[in-house]
Ligand binder design. Structure first.
Ligand SMILES: Cc1cc2nc3c(=O)[nH]c(=O)nc-3n(C[C@H](O)[C@H](O)[C@H](O)COP(=O)(O)O)c2cc1C
Length: 191
């Protein structure tokens, strides 16, 4: 068995999608800023850095984002904050080929890992109505909403039980721990 041991690897192993939040505590803004900063340190094609962030913290802003969420993501409204990861197509390299999705994906992983480092949980979500979200946030044409990241303090104990009652089994999915493919299944060639 391969065991990952260094600090980054520990965070990679620890991360899994969190869908149940304890929103009774507020996230200090410094934590959010550190998470966003980690996002901006991702590599990008020709250093284009096409990522932009719409961060919903107020109830009003979170409600706007959640209006566009798919039915399978009702738990998102309990998040302490929601980061909408946008791509600025004016800065994207060859936007017609959608390669900027790779840049946004790398930014996303940095965000998810730094959230763990900050003691928070998060979940990447692409099940949302892009058109509706664009309208709700009043985004200009060059800003494309690519992924929505609800984040917050992971609900534990009674609070978790409450979330599960409200939103069902989805809030306790732990695919990263239970359903990860064997490394051997993923390697097509190693020579
Ligand atoms: C691009 C992308 C889109 C996703 N969209 C959703 C989503 O809309 N709703 C949801 O509950 N989870 C979503 N997920 C989370 C995945 O279901 C989750 O990452 C996967 O099951 C592996 O579990 P883990 O993150 O705990 O390792 C998404 C993940 C990615 C990378």
């Amino acid at each position: 068995m391969i065991i990952l041991e260094n600090e980054i690897a520990k965070i990679i192993v620890k991360r899994s999608s969190v869908r149940a939040f304890d929103n009774s505590k507020k996230i200090p803004k410094t934590k959010i800023m550190k998470i966003l900063k980690a996002g901006t340190l991702a590599p990008s094609a020709r250093n284009s850095q096409p990522w932009r962030f719409y961060v919903a913290i107020s109830e009003e802003a979170k409600t706007k984002v959640c209006e566009a969420m798919a039915e399978r993501n009702p738990w998102a409204k309990e998040a302490n904050a929601i980061i909408v990861l946008l791509a600025d197509k004016n800065f994207a390299v060859r936007p017609d080929e959608k390669k900027y999705y790779i840049d946004i994906g790398l930014c996303l992983e940095n965000i998810l890992l730094e959230a763990v480092n900050q003691g928070l949980g998060a979940c990447a979500c692409t099940a949302f109505d892009k058109e509706l979200l664009t309208k709700a946030l009043g985004l200009p044409e060059h800003l494309e909403a690519v992924v929505v990241v609800p984040l917050g303090y992971e609900a534990k104990g009674k609070k978790f039980a409450e979330m599960k009652r409200k939103y069902g089994e989805i809030v306790e999915r732990r695919d990263h721990k239970d359903g990860t493919k064997k490394l051997e299944e993923c390697i097509i060639n190693l020579a």
